[in-house]
Design a protein around this ligand. Structure first.
Ligand code: HEM
Length: 117
């Protein structure tokens, strides 16, 4: 069973993506980063990215991680906060520890394309 299926497929991942972005908007360390963003667009891109990256049939139509975050000068602390927000979103959606560990490993692997790029 793919990680995509274990996260609840399209429906489950849409909920996780929406909750993750909502957590970022409530997180004082990173919320101002999204001040000028189209939040519906960020949510829909987060959904596609997570769905495709966990083995779903969706195609991610957004920019790659390097191009998206280049020039933002994102700190290690901000990266940790965003990862923590996503772990909270996984808890909100009753995702088990094994799946949380797998998502965490994927997120961590993206660090060098996002932090201080
Ligand atoms: C592993 C961690 C992260 C992942 C997987 C991720 C993923 C994404 C994705 C898929 C998008 C949409 C790209 C597009 O619209 O083409 C995005 C946009 C964005 N990300 Fe990240 N991101 C991460 C970490 C961060 C961090 C740490 C920050 C800063 C606190 C950040 C700030 C932003 C902002 C401000 C946008 C919106 C840009 C816009 O409005 O066009 N991201 N991210």
């Amino acid at each position: 069973m793919t990680l995509y299926e274990r996260l609840g497929g399209a429906e489950g991942i849409a909920s996780i993506a929406n909750d993750s972005v909502d957590q970022h908007l409530k997180n004082p360390v990173v919320s101002t980063r999204y001040k000028y963003s189209d939040i519906a667009k960020v949510k829909s891109m987060a959904f596609e990215f997570m769905a495709m990256g966990t083995g779903g049939p969706q195609t991610y139509t957004g920019r790659n991680m390097l191009d998206t975050h280049r020039g933002m000068n994102i700190s290690e602390q901000e990266f940790m906060e965003v990862v923590d927000d996503i772990l909270v979103a996984l808890d909100m959606n009753h995702i088990d520890q094994k799946e949380k560990d797998e998502v965490l490993a994927i997120l961590y692997s993206l660090r060098k394309e996002i932090v201080r790029v």
